[in-house]
Design a protein around this ligand. Structure first.
Ligand code: COI
Length: 354
């Protein structure tokens, strides 16, 4: 991006922060004071501003409401021990947003615009980053179509917005998941690798059915055979079997998770054997039956490291060892937290200080 990024700042008259009970926040329900907004028209991003967080005005004929041309990201900022604010791997999110953008025919958001908007927003709203360990400021950048047009074609106009929410845990307890063998989240050649709004909409109904059976979430399997584990929709999934870390290869049906990548990087550095490849349901079930399935967990920005307690498959529930006994996932959670909260040096270049 060659032009300067000149951001117009319009701050709230009075912050809402004093009315927030930071000890009782339900994920995704509390929003900080401001948002960063940029508009795309005439072939370029322009009109950069920080505005009070407020409802948007959309035409009923806005293309995004009809055809879902919309993508998003999720990342987090943490209050470090020294009082500074630390953002975890924002450049990776900026890059992935553009991977999604290409697939959804959305114009690229220049990395410089993403980073400048993010830094400006966080420097204004840094008081909203929760102080307690386990809590953080969830950051939601997203881009969506703005054309008032209900014919099918890519929109010519878009909005890029970043807002933030103070959050605690996404899953407050270990999760019970069901391996899905009928419905499909993503197909080869489809949009599964993109953080596209529609991927999430399509997952709601099957997840609702599983919730009625007492599960928190699904583990999706491949669309063609339902024999291979893919991801969970809210997170990537990993298993420890016979001491090896096993996870599905990120591909066109699986989101290339940033937490996933961070966990695999640490595991390799610790000398743990990592197997990224097809994960056959039958192998995981067999390992569970033989007591070799030592750990199962999800990885994601919102979910962080979410322990899996029970896996349902074809009417049988497989119980995993108690969470306290899980060496790898507890260690990796502790290590990632230490880096994010600034208790340990960031040797990987993962932290942006605000
Ligand atoms: C995230 O982990 O940031 C996501 O986008 C997943 C969503 C379920 C909150």
């Amino acid at each position: 991006m060659n032009e300067t990024i000149d951001i117009k700042i319009n701050k709230v008259k009075e912050s809402r922060i004093k009315s927030i009970d930071f000890n009782n926040i339900v994920f995704g329900t509390v929003y900080s004071d401001h948002m960063f907004v940029a508009d795309y028209y005439d072939g370029k991003w322009q009109n950069f501003s920080i505005e009070p967080y407020a409802p948007l005005s959309l035409s009923p004929g806005n293309a995004v409401l009809h055809y879902g041309q919309s993508i998003f990201e999720g990342l987090k900022a943490y209050k470090a021990a020294d009082g500074s604010v630390q953002v975890f791997r924002p450049e990776a999110n900026a890059e992935r947003l553009n991977t999604s953008a290409e697939r959804m025919c959305i114009p690229e958001v220049p990395q410089e615009l993403f980073m400048t908007g993010l830094k400006e927003l966080l420097s204004i709203d840094k008081g909203w980053v929760p102080k307690s360990k386990g809590a953080s400021l969830y950051i939601r950048p997203y881009v969506f179509a703005m054309d008032e047009y209900i014919g099918i074609r890519p929109s010519n106009t878009y909005k890029f917005i970043i807002f933030t929410c103070p959050v605690g845990a996404y899953y407050s307890e270990p999760v019970n998941v069901k391996i899905e063998t009928h419905f499909t989240r993503a197909t080869p050649g489809g949009t599964g690798f993109a953080k596209a709004a529609g991927n999430y909409a399509g997952s709601l109904y099957p997840a609702k059915l599983a919730q009625k059976e007492g599960y928190h979430q699904l583990i999706w399997t491949d669309a063609l055979t339902h024999e291979y584990i893919e991801e969970s929709g809210t997170m990537n999934v990993m298993f420890i079997v016979d001491g090896k870390l096993i996870t599905a290869q990120a591909g066109d049906t699986i989101l290339n998770g940033i937490t996933r990548n961070s966990v695999l990087t640490l595991a390799r550095e610790w000398g743990i054997e990592v197997v990224e490849g097809p994960v056959a349901v039958k192998d995981i079930v067999k390992a569970a039956e033989e007591g070799r399935l030592e750990e199962a967990f999800g990885t994601g920005t919102a979910a962080t490291i979410a322990q899996i307690q029970k896996i349902g498959y074809n009417g049988t529930d497989y119980e995993l060892p108690p969470v306290e006994q899980r060496e790898f996932s507890n260690k990796v959670l502790e290590k990632l937290d230490a880096i994010k909260y600034g208790e340990e040096p960031d040797n990987h270049g993962w932290i942006l200080k605000i």
